[in-house]
Write a protein that binds this ligand. Structure first.
Ligand SMILES: C[S@@+](CC[C@H](N)C(=O)[O-])C[C@H]1O[C@@H](n2cnc3c(N)ncnc32)[C@H](O)[C@@H]1O
Length: 326
């Protein structure tokens, strides 16, 4: 993953497309599989073995955010725009019987398919930990600080009020929580005439943000540690290339006080001479004391070995949860 260093583009989009148009589009897509929406989402056979065919046939994601969320048993995950429920059902297996999964969608027909299939999924898993709630990305029907992870698969581009979506994701995440979003990103700003086309908006094309636009919206809502992977070129429409990306960010409380005894030392290894993270400056090779939550983020997969973490209690490299550079 590449870390985000800067971006300047503003978040301005005004389209004649409404949320009702998107809802009408997905009411149809819930009952008749739409070829034009099928992106190559990369699910493994093992992830899907407990999920009925009806759900798979209306899978309209562009990535597999759940498989990249490093889920642990017992975590609570919220999937925005859950559609037929494919990502919720994959997550249900990873978080286990002690975890919880909420799928949020506005479209009756999508919720109908998801709720119906939650029954055989629970039978196949031997437990039931998924709930589908009707609601909007811009007003998530969950309490503040109730989720460890928020995922979304090819949905944020469909919102006509994207800044509200990021604010809501931030609100429902616990401190230290993360989002992992797969979405369509345009190589340049989509022209207004194209933004006003309901068919292209519904097909996850003309509502797509540029990468700086996406990152700015996330930063404005307080997310830190943003990083992304460019997964593949999805399609080219009217001379503009649209890509599938997976983007991750953390709700971290900068400077959050932590007991001295529980601090870790983080040593930045490069490739730059120095970096800033959450208001803290790191020079290559210079140990800096960080709280354990920050340490676990710096040591996570997102930072791919850029930081070495030392536990001063025993002076050995600290085990960071989810630490892996594979
Ligand atoms: C492209 S489909 C993706 C579905 C699912 N994530 C998947 O991978 O199959 C988009 C879904 O998001 C829902 N959706 C779009 N905009 C929404 C909004 N503003 N609030 C709630 N749901 C929304 C639609 O009803 C639809 O089910």
């Amino acid at each position: 993953m590449n870390e985000i260093r800067s971006s300047s583009e503003s978040n301005t989009k005004s389209s004649e497309v409404s949320r009702d148009d998107v809802q009408t589009f997905y009411s149809r897509a819930a009952v008749t599989s739409q070829e034009s929406l099928c992106c190559p989402a990369d699910y493994s056979g093992d992830d899907l073995s407990h999920i009925p065919e009806e759900v798979r046939s209306i899978s309209y994601g562009c990535g597999s955010p759940v498989s990249r969320a490093n889920l642990s048993p017992g975590e609570t995950l919220v999937d925005l725009g859950s559609g037929g429920g494919i990502d919720c059902f994959i997550a249900a297996k990873s978080v286990g019987a002690g975890g919880r999964v909420y799928g949020i969608d506005m479209t009756d027909e999508m919720l109908g398919v998801a709720r119906k299939n939650a029954v055989p999924v629970a039978e196949n898993l031997g437990y039931s930990n998924v709930e589908f709630k009707q609601g909007f990305l811009e007003a998530i029907p969950l309490e503040d600080a109730s989720a460890d992870v928020v995922t979304s698969n090819c949905v944020v581009n469909l919102s006509t009020r994207k800044e509200e979506v990021f604010r809501e994701i931030h609100r429902v995440l616990k401190a230290g929580g993360r989002f992992v979003i797969a979405d369509i990103i345009s190589e340049r700003e989509v022209p207004e005439a194209m933004q006003n086309r309901k068919d292209l908006w519904g097909e996850c094309v003309s509502g797509a943000m540029t990468l700086p636009h996406f990152l700015d919206a996330a930063k404005k809502s307080g997310f830190l540690g943003l990083c992304f992977e460019k997964d593949y070129l999805w399609k080219e429409v009217e001379g503009i290339r649209f890509y599938s990306y997976t983007i991750r960010g953390y709700k971290l409380e900068p400077g959050e006080p932590a007991p001295e005894a529980s601090k870790l030392l983080a040593i930045y290894n490069g490739p730059f001479d120095s970096v800033n993270f959450g208001g803290t400056h790191f020079e290559v090779g210079v140990p800096v004391a960080v709280d354990r939550k920050t340490g676990s983020i710096l040591g996570s997969r997102a930072y791919c070995g850029e930081f070495t973490l030392i536990d001063p209690q025993n002076e050995t490299p600290a085990e960071a949860p989810g630490s892996c550079c594979g």
